[in-house]
Design a protein around this ligand. Structure first.
Ligand SMILES: *Cc1c(COP(=O)(O)O)cnc(C)c1O
Length: 367
């Protein structure tokens, strides 16, 4: 879709990366670190200043980790996810993902020689929630891990405490690991609370919490992420990470350490701006005739093209860059069972106001 957007000069609301920079102080720390020679391999587990900052960051939500044995710095959340699945899931075991799901999970499960089973989100008012029965039904004796993502890409759903307690209960009952992808943990709207799975009863010992600086500090190109987990689990993740990349991004690690301690206000402000952007884009899509779904967090919101008389979002998204001059992604590409998602389109709202205004102008013109 990004290529199509380029070909037709479309406003790209497909790929989720901001077109504005992160906090100036953080960018400066990276520049200074490069200038002052912080340019060789960092330790495999990550710079200790960053691991310590990650520990302080987790402590703010009530989770205590040891910087030495329970925190691993990775090449974005992506590597944390891949290494956790490669390192902790034996070939032939099963991993449950909740669809629609971030495409990386399926690839990592395949690389691990494991099998993917799916639970699903279902409509709940004008948003989405977990179908707990579908999760129960997806568990078999071969299940090793459940992958959870909240706030959620692609729907913008934020799982509430009840849904997460249900996941926790199932995980404890069947003695499963849970990989909790929380890259949008600080980006929830309207006062909606993000609950980290690791804080629920019985969960810290079985949860791998994954997060990243990319979405939170608007530096998706830096690829600094991390995994936090009990030491025996972390050793497994490290065993997979070491031959993948060993280490990365020393200057960026220093800058993210600075940001975790000093840029919480910046993130709160970024979140407030994102919330406004979501409102603006929702209104524009509604005015253009789309059936807009509620987004409670993340960089995304979804809109239904069925009210436009369109039977399929994939066809619609292929035509949209030329027809409307805006690019977006059909949600069905994130699902194995496409039927419930057939007419839904994911738009990112993380762009500059001028970018969104131009997208709104084009959408309105098309209506
Ligand atoms: C963007 C994203 C990632 C990848 O994060 P990086 O830090 O860029 O590797 C992982 N999970 C979800 C749900 C995402 O949206």
């Amino acid at each position: 879709m990004t290529e199509l957007a380029g070909r037709h000069g479309a406003v790209n609301l497909g790929q989720g990366f901001p077109d504005s920079d992160g906090p100036a102080g953080m960018l400066e720390v990276a520049r200074v670190a490069i200038a002052e020679g912080c340019n060789q391999y960092p330790p495999g587990r990550g710079l200790s200043v960053l691991r310590a900052a990650i520990v302080r960051d987790r402590a703010r939500i009530g989770l205590d980790y040891e910087a030495e044995g329970e925190v691993l710095v990775t090449v974005g959340a992506s590597e944390a996810v891949s290494a956790a699945i490669l390192g902790l899931v034996e070939p032939g075991r099963e991993v449950v993902v909740i669809e629609p799901y971030f495409d990386l999970y399926a690839a990592a499960i395949a690389m691990a020689g494991a099998r993917r089973r799916t639970a699903r989100l279902v409509p709940d008012g004008d948003g989405f929630t977990l179908d707990v029965d579908s999760l129960r039904a997806a568990i078999t004796p071969a299940t090793r891990m459940i992958v959870v993502n909240t706030p959620h890409n692609p729907t913008g759903a934020v799982l509430d405490r009840a849904a997460l307690l249900a996941i926790a209960e199932i995980a404890c009952e069947h003695d499963l690991l849970v990989l909790s992808d929380e890259v949008y943990e600080h980006l929830t709207f309207d006062g909606v609370e993000h609950v980290s799975l690791g804080t629920l009863p019985g969960m810290r010992e079985r949860t791998i919490v994954v997060s990243s600086a990319g979405k939170r500090f608007s530096v998706t190109g830096w690829k600094v992420g991390w995994a936090c987990a009990p030491a025996p689990l972390l050793e497994g993740i490290l065993a997979a990470k070491q031959p993948l990349t060993f280490a990365s991004g020393g200057p960026f690690q220093l800058a993210v350490a600075h940001a975790l301690d000093n840029e919480q206000e910046w993130t709160a402000h970024w979140c407030a701006k994102l919330s406004d952007k979501r409102e603006f884009l929702s209104n524009a899509l509604r005015a253009a005739g789309f059936g807009v779904r509620h987004s409670a967090g993340s960089y995304y919101l979804c809109a239904d093209v069925a009210p436009l008389g369109e039977p399929d979002a994939l066809d619609f998204c292929r035509a949209m860059p030329e027809r409307i001059g805006v690019a977006a992604v059909p949600v069905r590409v994130f699902a194995d069972d496409i039927a419930p998602w057939q007419t839904l389109v994911r738009f990112t709202c993380c762009k500059r106001d001028a970018t969104l205004t131009e997208a709104a102008r084009r959408l309105t013109r098309s209506a």
